[in-house]
Design a protein around this ligand. Sequence first.
Ligand SMILES: [Zn+2]
Ligand SMILES: [Zn+2]
Length: 596
Amino acid sequence: MTQTLAATLPVRGWTRRDPGLHGCVCCSPALQTLGLLSLPHLAAAGRADGWKRLGAPPAATVGTVILANARILTVDEAFSTAEALAFRDGRILAVGSLEAVREAAGEEAEVLDAGGRTVLPGFIEPHMHFFAIAMFGTIPDVGAVVCEDADAVIARLGEMAAAAPESKWIVARQFDPSLQAGADRITRHTLDQIAPRNPVFLFNASLHIAYCNSRALEIAGVTAATQDPPGASYVRDASGAPNGVLQGQAAMFSVLGHNLAAMATDDIPEACRRVCEKANRVGVTTVCDQAAGGFQGRGELAAFHAFAASGHMTARLRYSLIQAGERSWDAMGVKPGEGDAMARAVGWKVVSDGSNQGRTGLQREPYLGGGQGMAYVTPETLREITVKRSLEGWQMVIHANGDLAIDRALDAIEAALEAGALKDSRFRIEHCSVLHDEQIARMARLGVTPSFLIGHVHYWGKAFRDEIFGPEKADLLGRAASCGAAGLRWTMHSDEPVTEMGPLRMIDNAVNRSLWKEPGGVLNPAERVTVRQAIIALTRDAAWQCRSEQEIGTLEVGKLADFVILDRDPLEVPPEELGGIGVLETWVGGRRVYAA
Ligand SMILES: [Zn+2]
Ligand SMILES: [Zn+2]
């Protein structure tokens, strides 16, 4: 059963090997497998009545509302400020002085006092994975933010086992050897000591490796005599017995398959509602899912739109269709721009290489210690897809981490432009991690817009500098300032579940470039940006990048009333306090969806 569940969607022209030990979370078969298990529930979520269980949606705001006594950063072209803003029927009616806004809003308008606080356009998270968060979010996180090192992970799993009924599976996720030292300590022997009776299963953050204990291997019937499944392996100790480390999907699911049914998400509407709630809490009013259909193909799109129609969706959704589902998309005839202001198809996503911290990002030169990463798609196929889909009007969204992967993405984009794609196609390169000067110049020429996983700088910066790339190449990570200077519009993203959504933390990361694992350390200060530039990246430019600048991204008349109220003004606080600014309220379409 597990073999068929683990089968991935058929992919034309793809390099056929398993993405390997450290593939990208974006396209993880582990997530697809969980998605397949949730299929019946997701099918229900694709119908309007599937959302009734959430009850009546929160009521819309009635009449005209004036937000007064505020310091409003409109983030318009002039980055102008205002003291009041009025909205009606979810859209902004007036912005400016209180007097002018009152006049436009009329006598009847209700006035809300913002208490002198700072108001910004709602933040836009341009790259996250909606269903991955919905379905994976309930599995406990033992990653670097929670546990210092491998021993702390083992101890945490022990606490979970001690608190669980006998024989209950202990499942956790997010162990990251590039940030948590002592990966070789996590074997069945150490896990047996802390959990002798409960089966234990720990996902590596990449989702392409897992670790389990003897009880889990016993349930799965995996012994020294068991052959490795094709394309995967049970890592073995000197005696030839499996040591509990499972590499590749087939090995992982031969074990976890015995618990998968219990892990399926049976309440999709509630899980989706929680994702929006999570976004709203950190001030996000629009998210862009960058692998739509990765779980369920068309069922996922139906669920998105039914969710939007239910009135319970409290963060707008933009999404890119995952290339792996191309047959479904063609059969359905999905068109770019299909949907409405709540949920809309905007992009076409291709994952072209792995991840740099997993040493699978495709590089021009070898990593420290060797290896140049891997291409998930041949240059020819990437070019073919990019030309075809951009001529159809899709915005191409290409995941490329290594510098060689970026070269190939640019070749494909150049071919699309030569074939007649619009210059305003807003070709996106995702993560766009390692950038040389000449690549930035080429991107400017081709009209390419990068989105940086800015956590690469903060969380993994030290590992990149000391262990993965060396200092010279590590300086080429997340080059926001240089891209801005070259006239490129850039954004940044969390890629949640890779890092968590958190626009203020991302602003902090881009402005300070501080190193999480090295107090006082900074990665290439020349690439620091101003607070203003970082705000623009997560509002006005993210709206443009997600093809939604006509309705969101700034607080201007006619746009949707999506805004946040912060406890301090990011332009006024010392840079090291940016990440600690609190979100007091989040409003979407003139409706308050979060209050601290
Ligand atoms: Zn990616
Ligand atoms: Zn991603």
